[in-house]
Every structure is written in C-alpha cells, then in structure tokens.
Unconditional design. Sequence first.
Length: 65
Amino acid sequence: MTTKDMMKWMILILTSIWIQIEAIRVKGHWIAGGNIAFPFLMALLLWYVPNRIRDFKDILKPRKD
C-alpha cells in the first residue's frame, strides 16, 4: 500500500467517524441514510474522481503527431 493510499484511507475513516458523531450529536440518535452513503461517496471522491480528472486532462491535451 502506498503512502498516498494510506492517507486516503485515514481521511476516509476519520471523516466517516466524524460524520457519525455529528449526526448523533445533532439528531440525538444514529440515523441510516446519509451516514451509510457518506463513506461510499467519500471513497468515490478520493479514489475514482482523481483518475477521471487525469483522464479528462489527457483528452484535452493536443496530440503531437
């Protein structure tokens, strides 16, 4: 596992814990829904989106033929 991946996992775990604690603090109880979807969406943001942005930037670069 690379350092970059470890940092992504740390961000994912810490933000997931933080969002659970905040949801309990605000609502007074744990709620399903956003609490379950948040880690999935955060993982998409950290792993999938950067690759797609890089691919998109490669498409926009002029070709050297």
